[in-house]
Design a protein around this ligand. Structure first.
Ligand code: LLP
Length: 445
């Protein structure tokens, strides 16, 4: 939905208030920028929870499937609390994500631990804390897990990640299901079967099932149906070769979201019906019991719930060429445009009711020509001090943020019902130097 000719679709509770300002979670974005400073990540709690609830309703309640939120898209302790409270599981991809979840009191048995090169320390941490499922990405990890669990006197619940050879129609860099991938054991060449057989042999491995993930920002539900067909035929092969019936089938995440005009993401309910329909149909076709299905959505939960606020600084017009509107953040808080040519929509939060007047390009403040957040966007005339709001920045923004140029990472606020709570403090200059050490011999001179 666009508002007053504005070139930005409003997600969740976003609207224009009586002052003509952008409002999220009942909070005036201009006030938020004043109170918390910019750049500022604003997380719409209602929108985030609503997305969790859709997954719960259409996968868990309707089909008895499990939903595991992909923490790599956006994770901090407050988000862990919300996810736990909404009854979803959590997919963590590193010791750091696992630590965050445990520290926030997330139930360990609902945590799925991913990653293609988990260290012995990370695996030990997962085993000691009784994580629900550990995804084994390769043979090395299987053996490591078996050894570590043996020492611990525990049997670890393991899911094996396989590569089904599906090419999801998405950006090249975020395709992960094709055969030539660093993730998972390939079905086609027998490596996946060898992995399953090894897992069944190992004393300390409790082999639970299979996993695949075919990519991210996917709009074609067919890709999922195709993946389900390949996976179920592999389930059948496993049964024939080993007598083992696969109990769990994790089909990963990847559902796309709306970023800019022309993006047409499927609804969560249609995604659920397509995936579950394909699993049930293919299980019947293969004559195997329908496994417990797990999905791992990230972006489609957190993405639309996030908005980033920036303050406009320098406005530079190169006559006859382009007008650059520079903001106080950029590729450090949102590396996606620079990394993937990702596109975003935006509006001026303090002029949200004003119709667009000009075409400008939004530049960041990092020392890099590629630090452009948005090319050619229609906005009301922008001046220093205006607040720019970029929508749909909840996923892979904060989680992929960096300190290039030693710029501190932004703060994040959780907004709901007119209240705003800080959930990530803004980094300080002190934070930037806190791990720096001047060796004695340099300190002396
Ligand atoms: N499960 C696994 C095993 C994954 O690797 C991923 C994402 C997900 C679930 C969640 O996928 P989602 O529902 O969020 O699409 N940084 C890139 C995306 C990388 C995706 C990594 N894996 C971006 O900003 O577009």
């Amino acid at each position: 939905m666009t508002h007053g000719g504005l070139k930005m679709r409003f997600n969740g509770t976003t609207r224009v208030n009586e002052k003509g300002h952008l409002e999220i979670g009942g909070c005036d974005c201009v006030e938020l920028a004043r109170e918390f400073g910019t750049p500022l990540y604003v997380l719409d709690e209602e929108c985030f929870r609503q997305n969790c609830r859709e997954y719960r309703r259409f996968f868990m309640e309707k089909y008895g499937a499990d939903v595991v939120y992909a923490g790599k898209t956006l994770l901090n302790m407050a988000v862990c609390r919300i996810v736990a409270n909404e009854g979803l599981g959590l997919d963590v991809g590193s010791g750091g994500e696992l630590y965050t979840a445990l520290k926030a009191g997330f139930p360990a048995e609902r945590i799925f631990f991913h990653g293609n090169n988990k260290s012995p320390e990370e695996l030990a941490m997962a085993i000691e804390n009784g994580v629900g499922r550990i995804m084994a990405d390769n043979m090395h990890e299987l053996e490591l897990l078996n050894g570590l669990a043996g020492g611990n006197g525990k049997k670890v619940p393991v899911i094996i990640r396989v590569t089904p050879g599906i090419e999801a129609h998405t950006h090249e860099y975020i395709k992960t299901g094709q055969i030539d991938s660093k993730f998972g054991l390939v079905i086609e060449n027998g490596q996946a079967m060898a992995g399953v057989k090894r897992a069944l042999e190992l004393d300390n491995i409790d082999f639970k099932g299979l996993h695949c993930h075919i990519g991210s920002q996917i709009f074609e539900l067919d890709s999922y149906c195709h993946a389900a067909a390949v996976m179920l035929s592999f389930v059948r092969m496993v049964y024939e070769e080993t007598g083992c019936t696969i109990g769990e089938l994790d089909l990963g995440g990847g559902l796309g979201v709306y970023y800019v005009e022309g993006d047409r993401p499927p609804l969560i309910r249609d995604y659920a019906d397509a995936v579950m329909g394909a699993v049930i149909e293919n299980a019947l076709k293969q004559g195997t019991p329908v496994p417990r299905v797990i999905v791992e959505p990230g972006r489609s939960i957190s993405g639309p719930a996030g908005t980033t606020l920036y303050t406009v600084g320098a406005v530079k017009e190169i006559p006859g060429v382009r007008k650059y509107v520079t903001v106080d953040g950029g590729m450090g808080d949102n590396p996606r445009p620079a990394l993937y040519q990702a596109r975003y929509e935006a509006c001026l939060a303090n002029k949200a009711a004003t119709p667009p007047q000009e075409t400008v390009s939004i530049a960041g403040k990092y020392c890099e020509s590629g630090d452009m957040l948005i090319w050619d966007i229609r906005l009301p005339s922008a001046a220093p001090g205006d607040i720019l709001a970029v929508s749909c920045t909840g996923a892979y923004n904060y989680s992929m943020s960096m300190n290039y140029n030693r710029l501190p990472r932004p703060a994040m606020v959780l907004v709901n019902g007119g209240g705003a709570a800080l959930i990530n403090r803004r980094e300080s200059f002190h934070d930037l130097v806190k791990n720096d050490i001047i060796p004695e011999r340099l300190a002396a001179n």
